[in-house]
Write a protein that binds this ligand. Sequence first.
Ligand code: PRP
Ligand code: URA
Length: 212
Amino acid sequence: MRNYPNLSTLDHPLIRHKLTVLRDKRTPTKDFRDLVAEIAMLMAYEVTSDLPTEPVDIETPLERMEGATVAGKKLTLVPILRAGLGMVDGILRLIPSARVGHIGLYRDHDTLKPVSYYFKAPSAREQRDFFLLDPMLATGGSAADACTTLKNVGARSIRFLCIVASPEGVEKMLAEHPDVPIYAAALDRQLNEHGYILPGLGDAGDRLFGTR
Ligand code: PRP
Ligand code: URA
């Protein structure tokens, strides 16, 4: 499998285990939802390992000490609707102070191009770090479009977190948004003729919400 300069694969054993159950077609909706949240939380733990901290004086019941708090920019989570919603709660459990924006996009069935229908994100965007969330990076059209939308309203720091990526999607992001690092639980083999990732996990939105 090729190495890409914009891709980090987070293959912690717990992530690999949970992703295997997630991919299994027998996994029911409730378990699928729980697993997406858990994988997102584990990914966020790794992706935030470079967050700067600053010293803070506190008093334990026994004495004073210098502790550490997370410093710097505020974090905004931006799920791409619908399936990105499944990743929000897991990350909020780790970072409850994060704000949440939303980007509504769906992929046209015939052209596979993203169609935009909603956007809302917190103000002062240039001072924030954005985590763009979507379980699937397939052709890359949705992720690239969402990055353009965020940059057009001032975002300067974007990381894209997905669960399954395809080589085609990673290459599109590298061509159009080389400044956006991608974090994925797995890089899969290829897309099929309908733009689905192989081996993949199927339609993430449908499996999360029990549609179809
Ligand atoms: C899926 C997925 C991504 C997109 C990925 O959403 O959640 O947003 O497809 O494909 P791409 O990389 O080729 O753009 P979908 O368009 O099916 O919408 P939904 O989540 O509302 O079902
Ligand atoms: N969207 C999905 O939900 N799954 C894929 O495999 C590709 C796009």
